[in-house]
Design a protein around this ligand. Structure first.
Ligand SMILES: *[C@@H]1O[C@H](CO)[C@@H](O)[C@H](O)[C@H]1NC(C)=O
Ligand SMILES: *[C@@H]1O[C@H](CO)[C@@H](O)[C@H](O)[C@H]1NC(C)=O
Length: 227
């Protein structure tokens, strides 16, 4: 599992998105519990243009929330993109942390959000930037729920499509014969954690039949600067 750092995201922004001078007025109206608006995010008055014809949905990673995009979203909006994001996958409701719930549930949640964005923006496809678990969710939604045909381009930012060792904790746990106990404990507050361990049942299902889905332009940006 990879965590967000501002440098990586701004690096990715520079890499991914061409310069554009179109200004977007910020009218943030987040559908979720966010108290502080992020400039340019969730603006349903944003105008799609030939250069940026689809809304871009930003999906944060495990244990994070919509504020992962505090730097990235305003930058994209300035460059003419219509950007949308939510905090998905709350499990311990009072914690403000997303990406904790079972991944299947989060995938359903982001699917409903994408449908809402498409309906309000009057389009039939979106682009998705998924950080870490965000990329996994996107692929699960496309492959096993009703996301097929709804994603034009999917850019993963250090997405752990083939699983993670949870910083080595899972490997250590296995070596010590403790992984079952670790998992029981972790599942109490974040079932998504052990679902993302290498070769978990979930990861096997996610990758069954191949990593990509027909019709989706997929890429994944990896860097040694995130951990
Ligand atoms: C939605 O898009 C369709 C075709 O892309 C267009 O014909 C229709 O007028 C649009 N509706 C609104 C409310 O903008
Ligand atoms: C993954 O798990 C399956 C069955 O659960 C097993 O057959 C396979 O050897 C495992 N692969 C690795 C790389 O551990």
């Amino acid at each position: 599992m990879k965590f967000f750092t501002p440098s990586v995201v701004s690096f990715a922004a520079t890499l991914l998105f061409s310069l554009s001078a179109i200004k977007v007025h910020s009218l943030p109206t987040g559908p979720t519990l966010e108290k502080h608006a992020i400039e340019g995010l969730n603006n349903y008055n944003c105008k799609l243009t030939p250069a940026h014809p689809r809304p871009v949905i930003l999906l944060h990673g495990t244990g994070l929330n919509v504020y992962s995009w505090s730097l990235f979203a305003p930058e994209m909006a300035k460059r003419g993109y219509c950007v949308f994001a939510l905090t998905y996958g709350r499990y311990i409701r009072f914690s403000g942390l997303g990406g904790m719930a079972p991944i299947e549930d989060s995938a359903r949640e982001i699917g409903a959000f994408a449908d809402e964005v498409m309906r309000k923006m009057n389009v039939s496809q979106v682009d998705i930037v998924g950080h870490s678990q965000g990329g996994i969710l996107t692929r699960y939604w496309i492959k096993y729920l009703d996301g097929a045909g709804k994603v034009y381009r999917h850019v993963g930012v250090v997405s752990s499509h083939h699983g993670t060792t949870l910083y080595g904790i899972a490997t250590l746990g296995t070596a010590l014969g403790l992984s079952y106990l670790l998992q029981v404990f972790a599942d109490l507050f974040a079932p998504s954690l052990f679902q993302q361990v290498m070769n978990s049942t979930f990861i096997q299902k996610l990758n069954a039949g191949g990593d990509t889905s027909p019709g989706v332009i997929e890429s994944n940006i990896a860097t040694k600067y995130v951990f």
